[in-house]
Ligand binder design. Sequence first.
Ligand SMILES: C[S@@+](CC[C@H](N)C(=O)[O-])C[C@H]1O[C@@H](n2cnc3c(N)ncnc32)[C@H](O)[C@@H]1O
Length: 301
Amino acid sequence: MSTGYHEPVMLHQCIDGLLWQENGIYVDATFGGGGHSREILNRMESKGQLIAFDQDEDALKNTIQDLHFQLVHGNFRFIKHYLRYLGVHQVHGILADLGVSSFQLDVDTKGFSFSRGNTFDMRMNQQATRSALDIVNHESEENLVNIFSTYGEVRNSKTLAKAILTARELKPISNTHEFLNCVEPLAMGNKARYLAQVFQAIRIKVNDEIGALQDFLAAGVDMLIPGGRLVVLTYHSIEDRIVKHFIRNGKTEFSMPSDHYDSKADWTLRPINKKPIVANDEEIRRNSRARSAKLRIAEKK
Ligand SMILES: C[S@@+](CC[C@H](N)C(=O)[O-])C[C@H]1O[C@@H](n2cnc3c(N)ncnc32)[C@H](O)[C@@H]1O
């Protein structure tokens, strides 16, 4: 079901993978427009409980009035602390639908998209200290190279970092348009794809998305009861690699070569699907965002 704010991706596949005990306690770590949460609540029975998280204040406006539901404004990397604070020590399942919502991408004031608005911000949490402008104006050349190559897999990251330094020495970059002026002439191959990679890299850095995901996976798995489910939707290869390794062997380092993911016999998670589940053609036609989505489901032994 679409809320206008965001259309949930692989809704039924996610909830089928998550919900194995209709009276259990579940977590939706990325509430957004609440599409996944609503479906969980619809399918729960009278003793079921759902606790959801979002770090973006705008998402809180979509909250659901339901006695079985609580929404926490916070970063999912602290899931364990928040749940303990709520008196919850174990849960039956955790869902994370990573990245940004359609609302966040489309709204002019957040600056997530190179084709929307002129505010180069990119903070999911409005209280976070560093925006995209801080990153491009203050990170060292070496750090910028690292950000673009690691988080965006941008091939000419050195040239790009140098161009940013040259531009900001003349005058600090003050909006999306000025940033695009330095980046666009360097686009390699498909321009929209190149810009998407550059913007993705900055977004990941601004929100420390890799650090948050690593902390979340480690803390989340501790909170699951035996038989509990971890269900994660990712939208780019860096995140998918982290989730895949974590499910196979508990390691979250994302720099490992992609074939290095032996499963460990004593590791506490068991993958339910060996290959990631992807959206069908009909869903992709309806919702282009589903195109890059990969769904992984694991069970705690
Ligand atoms: C793809 S959207 C989720 C959409 C949701 N499943 C739905 O059906 O509407 C991702 C949401 O997760 C939130 N988010 C991303 N990283 C987060 C984090 N580390 N902690 C809390 N919320 C986060 C974003 O603000 C965004 O609202």
